[in-house]
Design a protein around this ligand. Structure first.
Ligand SMILES: NC(=O)c1ccc[n+]([C@@H]2O[C@H](COP(=O)([O-])OP(=O)(O)OC[C@H]3O[C@@H](n4cnc5c(N)ncnc54)[C@H](O)[C@@H]3O)[C@@H](O)[C@H]2O)c1
Length: 377
C-alpha cells in the first residue's frame, strides 16, 4: 500500500503533485484541498476518487491520511506545516520552507520533536543532471572548485506574493549548498524592479564561501530566454549543466589555465590556456518531481531523514534571509544568521554524511536502502 497523501494548495505547481501522487505505486492520492472554488472543481473532474475539500483543517481531520504535500503560496507555508505536523502528519513542503528563518527553524525542531518527517521540495536534490554534475566536480581530476555561476531566467511566470529572488533563488542556493557542502560567510545581492515598484523581478546575488570559493546567481522573471544553467569552474576542469536540455545536459570541459616559466626572465611565469576534451557523462533519471515524491514516501515509511529535510530548508531560508537584507541595503554584504546551535549541528551532521548525500535510485528506494548517515530517528 502506498503512503496515503493529501495535497494542500492545488494551483499551478500543486497540480503536478496531484498527477505524480496518483501515478506512483509508492503513494496513494486520497484528498486535496484548495481555497479556490474553480481549482476544486477542476480536481473533482480530473480525480473522481479523491476527496476534494476547501480548508486545511478538513484535510488534517482525516485520521487515515498519513502525510500532506503543502503547495500553497510561500507565505502560507509556516501555518499549514506547523498545523499538519501537530496533527501527526508527515509533511513535504514546497520551497521556500518559510519566509523567516526563525519560523523555518521552529518547523524543523517541531518535526524532530513530533518524530514526523519534514521534507522541503528542493527539487534539484532529486535532479539526475545536478547529481551527475556533482559527481563530476568531486572527481579527483576536477581539481579544487574556484567558483560557481548559476542562471535561472525566463519571461514570467510573475508571482504576486514574493519577489523573483524568493521565487527562484532557493533552487540555486540549494544546489550551491549541496555541491559545496558549506554555508556562505557573506552574501550580497542587488535587485531591480521593472514590472512593479517594490518587488524585484531581477536579482544578482553573490555568495562568498569559505576559502575564497564564490557562487554567483542571476535570477529573473524578465528575460527573453528560459535558462537553467549551472557552471562550476575547477582548477583543472570545468563543468556545465544545461537543465533545459533533455539530452547531453552535462558537459565536462578538460580545460584550464597553467602557469609556465617564461623564457625571457628567470623565475617569472606566464598563464597558458590549456584546452582538452569535452566529456558528456550519461544522465539517467526519472522526472525529478517523481524522484522527490518517491524519496519522501520512502523517508516517511522507513523513518529515515530525507536529503532535503527541515534543516536543509532552514539553511536555504537563512541564505535567502541574508539575500533579502542585502537587497534592502542596496547590495551591501551581510552575514547569514544562524538562528541557534541546532542549525549548525544539523549542518555538521550533513557534512559528516556528505559522501552519502545522494538521492535513492528507484531500486534502492524499493529495497528501503539507507542513504544519509545514521538516518534513523
Ligand atoms: N519546485 C518547483 O519547481 C516549483 C515550481 C513552481 C512553484 N513552486 C512552489 O510551489 C508553491 C505553490 O506555487 P504555485 O505556483 O502553485 O502557486 P499558485 O498560486 O498557483 O497556487 C497556490 C494555491 O494554494 C491555494 N492556497 C493558499 N493557501 C491555502 C490554504 N491555506 N489552504 C488551501 N489552499 C490554499 C491557493 O488557493 C492556490 O490555488 C510555492 O511555494 C512555489 O514556490 C515550486
Amino acid at each position: 500500500m502506498g503512503l496515503k497523501v493529501g495535497v494542500v494548495g492545488c494551483g499551478q505547481w500543486g497540480q503536478n503533485y496531484l498527477r505524480v501522487l496518483s501515478e506512483l505505486d509508492d503513494t496513494e492520492l486520497c484528498a486535496a484541498c484548495d481555497l479556490r472554488a474553480e481549482v476544486r472543481e477542476r480536481i473533482a473532474a480530473r480525480y473522481p476518487g479523491v476527496r476534494v475539500l476547501t480548508r486545511v483543517e478538513e484535510i488534517l481531520a482525516d485520521d487515515g491520511l498519513e502525510a500532506v504535500v503543502v503547495a500553497t503560496e510561500a507565505r502560507a507555508h509556516y501555518e499549514v506545516v506547523a498545523t499538519a505536523l501537530r496533527r501527526g502528519k508527515h509533511v513535504l513542503c514546497e520551497k521556500p520552507l518559510t519566509l523567516a528563518v526563525e519560523q523555518a527553524a521552529e518547523l524543523a525542531h517541531l518535526a524532530d520533536t513530533c518524530g514526523q518527517t519534514l521534507m522541503v521540495g528542493h527539487i534539484f536534490r532529486y535532479n539526475a543532471g545536478v547529481n551527475a554534475l556533482n559527481a563530476a566536480v568531486h572527481a579527483p581530476d576536477f581539481g579544487d572548485i574556484c567558483y560557481m555561476c548559476l542562471v535561472r531566467t525566463n519571461l514570467g511566470p510573475i508571482r504576486a506574493d514574493v519577489n523573483a529572488a524568493w521565487d527562484l533563488a532557493p533552487h540555486d542556493i540549494s544546489i550551491v549548498l549541496h555541491v559545496l557542502n558549506q554555508m556562505p560567510i557573506r552574501v550580497s545581492a542587488q535587485g531591480f524592479s521593472y514590472l512593479r515598484a517594490g518587488r524585484e523581478d531581477v536579482a544578482f546575488i553573490t555568495l562568498e564561501m569559505p576559502e575564497g570559493v564564490a557562487a554567483h546567481l542571476r535570477v529573473s522573471w524578465l528575460d527573453p530566454r528560459k535558462v537553467r544553467e549551472v557552471t562550476v569552474v575547477g582548477r583543472n576542469q570545468m563543468a556545465v549543466l544545461d537543465d533545459v536540455q533533455t539530452v547531453e545536459a552535462v558537459r565536462i570541459y578538460d580545460k584550464g589555465v597553467m602557469q609556465e616559466p617564461t623564457y625571457s626572465s628567470f623565475g617569472e611565469f606566464q598563464s597558458v590556456v590549456r584546452t582538452g576534451e569535452i566529456r558528456i557523462p550519461p544522465v539517467k533519471g526519472d522526472e525529478p518531481l517523481r524522484e522527490q515524491v518517491r524519496h519522501f514516501a520512502w523517508a516517511a515509511r522507513e523513518r529515515q531523514r530525507p536529503l532535503s529535510d527541515g534543516w536543509d530548508g532552514v539553511r536555504v531560508v537563512a541564505v535567502m534571509d541574508a539575500v533579502q537584507r542585502s537587497l534592502k541595503a542596496g547590495g551591501a554584504p551581510v552575514l547569514p544568521v544562524m538562528v541557534e546551535p541546532a542549525v549548525v549541528d544539523a549542518f555538521a551532521w550533513h557534512q559528516a554524511a556528505a559522501v552519502a548525500l545522494q538521492p535513492p535510485s528507484r531500486q534502492e528506494s524499493a529495497e528501503g536502502g539507507q542513504l544519509v548517515g545514521s538516518g534513523a530517528r
